[in-house]
Ligand binder design. Structure first.
Ligand code: GDP
Length: 196
């Protein structure tokens, strides 16, 4: 899967625009600036596949990528823009809820957390939603290269404790760095194992 070239499929601004059910879908969610685009680009080995989206206008879409082998990566809109208009946040929530509810091809959502910041209130809102929808998810700590080993262990333990009682959470956290490649092989292997 990851030896092949990944390509952009489509960008869905509304639920009607979603691709038909087919591929196994693995989604990525996280606060804006968490390093989601960088992670998707590092995973797929294709720079610029997921575009860094620093304008709230681009954040309301679900972007689909595929390697043509039966797995699609779904780039979910980044959340937590302080200045995002209320209407935008509402339409984001509507799209996300509609997507998460009963999307049979969605195997897992990777929720990205900046390892320097840990789990924040708006991350918890996302986890609440995933728990409510019974969508299996796993926490990925990003930018691990920015922390010393001891600090990374501390934030990993802290975050693991915070999610321990969450019903849909995978208990194991993944530490990653798009800069050094840390955790990428593991993440790729997991994604493949979810699809076969
Ligand atoms: P997005 O908004 O979640 O898509 O975040 P981006 O992928 O655009 O990354 C936000 C910022 O964090 C950019 O300046 C990236 O260069 C930086 N960044 C992303 N991943 C890493 C990482 O693994 N290590 C370091 N040091 N910086 C990163």
């Amino acid at each position: 899967f990851f030896a092949k070239a990944w390509n952009f499929v489509l960008s869905a601004p509304t639920i009607e625009a979603l691709p038909p059910i087919g591929d196994v879908e693995i989604a990525f969610a996280g606060r804006s600036n968490v390093g989601k685009s960088s992670l998707i680009n590092a995973l797929t080995g294709r720079n610029g596949l997921a575009r860094t989206s620093n304008t709230p206008g681009r954040t309301q879409e679900l972007n689909f990528f595929t390697s043509g082998d039966g797995i699609s990566i779904v780039d979910m809109p980044g959340y937590g823009y302080a200045e995002a208009p209320k209407k935008l946040v509402e339409s984001w929530n509507k799209l996300i809820r509609a997507y998460l509810r009963g999307r049979v091809s969605l195997r897992r959502v990777y929720v990205l957390i900046d390892s320097r910041h840990g789990l924040k209130a708006n991350d918890a809102v996302t986890l609440d939603l995933l728990d409510e929808m019974a969508v299996s998810y796993q926490i990925v700590l990003t930018k691990a290269d920015k922390l010393k080993t001891g600090e990374l262990e501390r934030v990993t333990d802290e975050t693991a404790k915070k999610i321990a009682r969450r019903p849909a959470a995978h208990p194991v956290l993944l530490a990653t760095s798009s800069s050094t490649g840390l955790g990428m092989d593991l993440l790729r292997a997991e994604i493949v194992s979810l699809a076969v």
